[in-house]
Structures are given as C-alpha cells and as structure tokens.
Design a binder for this molecule. Structure first.
Ligand code: ISL
Length: 552
C-alpha cells in the first residue's frame, strides 16, 4: 500500500456561509475562516475542504457557479482567498476546493450564450432538446423535485438540469467543455490549491438517448439506472487524470450518488489513474425508504456496520476509502447515529472514535467536533435549503399531512448541518453581529466552542485527543481491519493490526450497559483510550467506546 499525505491527513470540512462572519452581514466569509485558522490547526487536522466559494447567485448556496475563476465578493473576493491559502500553507494546512463541474449556474456566461440561439457556439455546452408533444423530452425528475427539463421560449427547446433549473448540466461530450474544466483546474492548482472534492462527479457522463425512467417513483433506482455512472465516465476521469491531475501533488475525492461497491474501485483503483478517493453514500442513505429521504426507514445497525466492512474489503487492494458520518447535505451525525439527548456528549465522542480508528482518510464536518445537533425550526419559513423547500412544495401538492412532513424536515433537512457554527454563548453564538442568514440552533448557549475549550472533558478536547492518537501510530491509518461481531445488534467491535501492533476497538451503540461477548478476548490488551473512565474488560457503559492495544 503506497503511503501518501492524503491518506494520513485528517480533513476538516468547512461550509463557508456558516463558519464565521467577519463583516457583520450575517453571512460567513473567508476572512472569518482566516480568523479561525489557529483554532482549526489546534484540532490537529491537516487539510481543509472548503465548500464552494466561487461567484454564484446562490440558488444552491454556491453549488451553482457563475464564474469558476472568481471568488465571490460576498466571501471576500480573490484577495481574501489568496490570503487564506498563504495563511493556511504557513501553518502547514492544505486546501482542497470544491469542483462543481456537472453543472454551472444559468448565470454563467456559457449558459447565457448557449440560450441565445440554436447556432450559438456555446449551444453544445449544455443539453438542449425539443419537447415531445408539448411535454418535456422524457420523464426524469430532478434531485430537487420536478422535471429535469426546463422549457426555454427563446428557442422553443428544453435544457437538462438534474438539480435546480438554475443549475443546467454541462455537456461533457463536448471536448471544449472538458478543456474548459481542465483549464479551470490548472488555474487553481497553479495558484497552489492542494486538491479537489468533485461534486456529483458520478453524473457527468449522460445516457445520450435519454430513455424514460421505468420506475420514476423509486428515485434511487432511477439514479442508478439513468443518471449515474454513464457510459463515458471513466474515460473522462482518466483523461482528466492525464491532462491535469497527474501533473501535481494533489488529492482528489469524487462525490456521488450511484457510486457503489461494484463500480467504486473503477474510480479509485490506483492502476486505472482516475481519482484517489470517492464519497459513497451506502451508510448515509441507510435510513432512506423507496421514496427517498422523506420516506425514512429505521436505521439498520447491522447493515451500517456491514457497509464499513464491505467497503474496506473492496478497497484494500484497489484504492483508498473515505471515512465520514456527516457533511453539509445530511443531518447532524450525533443526531443520526448517536443519541443527541441523554447521551449527546458520550455518543458524540464515541462516534469520533469510530471515525478516527477506521482505515481510510477521515473527514470531519464543522461543528461535529463540538457535538452540534439537528435543529427543529417551528415553521418551514425558517428553512433555507432549496432541496427542503422544493420537497415541501411537492409534499403540499401531493396532499401530504404537512404537520407530519414538518417532523420529517426536522429529521432530514440539509439545514440541520448548515446552521451557523456555535462559537460562544453571546448573541448569535459569536458567529455574527447581524441577523444570521440561517437561524442559529437555540442550543448554542450550552453547546459552543468557548465552553468546550474550558472543559478538559469536552467533546472538542476529546477530538483533539483522538486525532493525536490516530496520528501516533500509522497502524490506525494503514493497518488491516476486521469486524469481530458483525451480527451483534449493539456492539461495533473490530480489530486493526499490522506487523508491529494490534488494536481492538469496542463501541457500544446503545443506551444501556453492554457485556462484551465472551468470544472477544481482551486478555493481553491494555486500555489505551476511551471516551469515559472505567472499563473492566467486560462491561461497556452506554455509548462507551474503548480502544485496547495489545501489550508488546
Ligand atoms: O443532498 C443529498 C441528500 O440529502 C444528496 O442527494 C445530494 O443532492 C447529492 O449528494 C449531491 O450533492 C452535491 O451536489 C448538489 C449540492 O446541492 C450538494 O450540496 C452537493 O454536496 C448539487 O450541486
């Protein structure tokens, strides 16, 4: 297994709108991030993944880019970005940007030109099609509700948008489009950026005959059958590797719906020369029913563990994994996988143990290091996310019980992860002096960085301890992995080992004491790190995690 910085590094993800506002307009910005770099460094992380900061009309908070070479003035513009990069490098931190290349904004110059006429030299930068009997070209529905086709009167044709109608899909079949994207990547790499997280990269190659979906109501099936992993995806990524990625010492992580155990290695197998890592969603969509996230099912813990084991097994010889339990698109990790009520602190720390003892590159989402939780705004008016708002409208149109739907929004909205960072207990949580763009979670009085800094036993200080612990032995990064109790309904127990060391990790995912099964032999091991005091080798307290290290 080849050793590299991006395998050993721990990544901290920042959603810039919600991190720190330096100007007092209620919106987080780059100077705000710069003011927190010492804090970030103090966590022990090595890499920051910054969600999009480019110029954007913000229909989807930056995932709709109108100029790929310009940093949005709202975030501080190009000067602020250059300063961020140099301040980060001065501290030994690397910067990974978000590359949103499946679609642009409809306010990008390419799209504005493309719209103008069927003969525009930019027409083929996007997918334009005539309708069928006054209807869209096919029955595909967007990730964010409604048809994926938007009619445009000017030329009497429809254009494709897998996300909102302000996010038209770029046509990667057109070599000029690919060259434009490669040029943009060169531009940022030459500036010194250390990598890209590639947004919905699994969607860039399209099925050009645009077949109707057979089961449009089963959204996951449709994604897999028609949107993701199109016929030329690996050809494009290999080309991107040859033209751009191979020329720099950078890291890449591709994101995407439809990435699964069968095709995952095709993206990340080192010999294929495409990407370094992918984010799959097998554990993140685990509570989605056939109708998607607003049709949730109970979390199946055995399946949850199986996802980690299957992916580890699949990638151990052919690539490298990404370990994460939350990001800006999902509800808060402690609310989903832990217990954010009676055992918030214990379970948040235990989940940190899971993240930091798995094989793969670890990604920590802002706020998880202080155990931030889901929010439950009393009215839909207080939500901002376009996906949440569109799902709300669709539910209303379908006559659903809207009180019940509000409860689903509380559970599933992406805004759960987007409420501003809770820095202290002052007004607006120290995030801003103005009214914030999205309300602060009311629990900021008790859950905030300042109070956790003062408490040696806080979640924050436990993260610092766990990150340092992971880094103390690269067995925890590269060592082998085996689930020791795959059928156990409460315990996640696994071994990590290499030629020098061996560890047992025992995590009690329950609200009760739990006896370690007798076939897990802990003799000859020392308790190395735990999220709470006291472990007698036999009984784990509720949400207790322990790492045991074999005596040498
Ligand atoms: O958000 C999701 C589930 O709640 C996902 O289906 C998500 O839409 C998908 O993973 C793609 O996400 C990425 O691209 C979107 C953007 O809205 C997300 O924020 C981004 O992470 C479109 O660019």
């Amino acid at each position: 297994m080849k050793r590299t910085w991006w395998k050993e590094g721990v990544v901290y993800q920042i959603y810039p709108r919600s991190y720190m506002d330096s100007t007092g307009n209620g919106i987080g910005d780059i100077p705000g991030i710069i003011s927190k770099l010492d804090y970030i460094k103090s966590l022990g992380v090595d890499i920051i993944w910054l969600c999009p900061v480019y110029e954007s009309p913000n229909d989807d908070n930056g995932y709709d880019i109108s100029d790929y070479r310009k940093i949005s003035d709202e975030f501080g513009g190009d000067t602020a970005f250059d300063e961020l990069l140099s301040e980060m490098h001065a501290r030994g931190l690397k910067l990974v940007m978000d590359l949103v290349a499946n679609h642009s904004s409809d306010e990008h110059r390419w799209f504005e030109e493309s719209r103008k006429s069927k003969d525009s030299p930019y027409r083929d930068y996007y997918f334009w099609k005539p309708g069928k009997n006054g209807q869209p070209p096919n029955n595909w529905t967007s990730f964010f509700s409604g048809s994926t086709w938007q009619y445009d009167e000017l030329t009497d044709e429809y254009f494709l948008h897998l996300f909102t109608k302000k996010q038209p899909d770029l046509n990667w079949e057109n070599p000029k489009v690919r060259q434009e994207i490669y040029d943009i990547m060169h531009y940022w790499f030459r500036k010194g950026v250390d990598g890209f997280r590639m947004d919905v990269i699994s969607l860039i190659s399209k099925q050009l005959h645009f077949p109707d979906a057979q089961n449009p109501e089963n959204y996951n099936k449709t994604i897999n059958a028609h949107y993701a992993n199109g016929p030329r995806i690996h050809e494009y990524l290999h080309e991107m590797h040859e033209e751009v990625l191979s020329k720099y010492d950078i890291m890449t992580v591709g994101e995407g719906p439809g990435i699964n155990l069968d095709n995952g290695p095709l993206y990340v197998d080192e010999d294929r020369k495409e990407l370094h890592m992918v984010f799959h969603f097998d554990h993140m969509f685990i509570d989605n029913g056939p109708g998607g996230k607003y049709d949730p099912i109970d979390l199946n813990f055995i399946r949850f563990k199986e996802v980690f084991s299957l992916w580890d097994k699949r990638l151990k010889k052919q690539g490298w994994g990404s370990i994460f339990l939350g990001n800006h698109d999902f509800s808060r990790m402690v609310s989903r996988f832990g217990n954010d009520k009676a055992f918030r602190e214990d379970s948040a720390k235990m989940l940190a143990m899971l993240l930091l003892t798995m094989r793969g590159t670890v990604y920590i989402y802002q706020g998880d290091e202080i155990g931030m939780t889901n929010v439950a705004f009393p009215s839909i008016e207080e939500y901002n996310d376009v996906e949440t708002l569109n799902s709300w409208k669709e539910a209303e149109a379908n006559g659903r019980d809207m009180n019940a739907f509000l409860k689903l929004v509380h559970k599933q909205s992406r805004d759960n992860a987007r409420t501003p960072m809770q820095w202290d207990d002052s007004v607006h949580a120290g995030f801003t002096l103005a009214e914030p763009w999205l309300k602060i979670n009311p629990n900021y009085k008790t859950i905030n960085v300042a109070s956790e800094e003062r408490d040696d036993n806080s979640i924050l200080n436990f993260y610092r301890k766990m990150i340092a612990y992971r880094k103390s032995d690269d067995c925890l990064v590269y060592g082998d992995y085996l689930d020791l109790a795959p059928e156990d309904s409460c315990l996640f127990a696994y071994a990590r080992w290499n030629d020098q060391n061996k560890y047992l990790v025992l995590l009690n995912f329950s609200d009760s004491d739990y006896a370690v099964p007798s076939d897990i032999d802990t003799t000859g091991y020392d308790s190395a790190i735990s999220n709470m005091d006291g472990f007698n080798g036999k009984i784990l307290q509720p949400w207790q995690g322990v790492v045991l290290k074999k005596q040498s």
